[in-house]
Design a protein around this ligand. Sequence first.
Ligand code: HXC
Length: 258
Amino acid sequence: GSYEHLLVSKPAPGVRLLTLNRPKALNALNNALVSEINHAITTANQDKEIGAIVITGSERAFAAGADIKAMKDLNFAKAYGGNFISHWSDQINSRKPIIAAVNGYALGGGCEIAMMADILYAGDKAVFGQPEIKLGTMPGAGGTQRLTRAIGKVRAMELILTGRNFTAQEAFDWGLAARVFPAEKLLDEAVKAAAEIAGNAPLAVMACKDAVNQAFESSLSTGVRYERNIFYGLFGSEDRREGMTAFVEKRKAEWKGE
Ligand code: HXC
């Protein structure tokens, strides 16, 4: 489809690239932009040709936060009663992996959208932060939860209470970013990783993502049991048989997605 604030392309086989495109507002997120992201992710999930999704912004900004101009006149009734931002977390429902490729500012809701991705790659000049405190408010799209799980309580607490920004290198050192690349190479590297994922057996990719996510939702023993049950389930897939047979026959596996 074609969108107002989002560019959609296919930069490599199996890869859907979503580029936030609201340059005049540094990709500030409003309901329309987030709905477009969600729609594009749903479409990619329905497309058999697509195995992984990359979400990125511009070199200047991944996204500078929720649109402050749109939020300024909200009140409690409109926010709570209208279920404001409830759909902003919908990307976590994607069964296909999402890589966030972050150059420039990823602030507030921008940082939160990036943290919802399955893998976060940062350009070396990326600037992360949860500056909501400086607006007299707080993170509202998972920032207090996902940042804390990713980097630990004392670091998250310090960042969220001061509102200070942090660098790509800090994001990497603390385990929020999986890799850091020179800014101009970031997108290519993200697309390359997405293509590699898309080249793997789709059901196994889905199962891996599901099981890793379970690690955040349960005790270790419950999680390990959850993993083992999905592992058993994959013995019911044709691709599992093909993968192991191809290894034994010293040839490349051909996945069917079944
Ligand atoms: C609306 C924004 C915006 C935002 C930037 N703009 N961020 N508009 N909402 N979050 C607009 C500016 O108003 C300006 O528009 C244009 O983008 C360019 O920004 P400048 O400020 O002129 O650029 P610069 O001086 O380079 O500074 C960049 C910046 C700064 C440091 C990123 O824009 C900034 O501090 N932005 C706000 C960051 C922030 O507080 N994010 C958290 C938002 S709260 P005009 O029309 O003036 O040219 C949030 C809540 C999440 O995210 C919880 C619920 C999801």
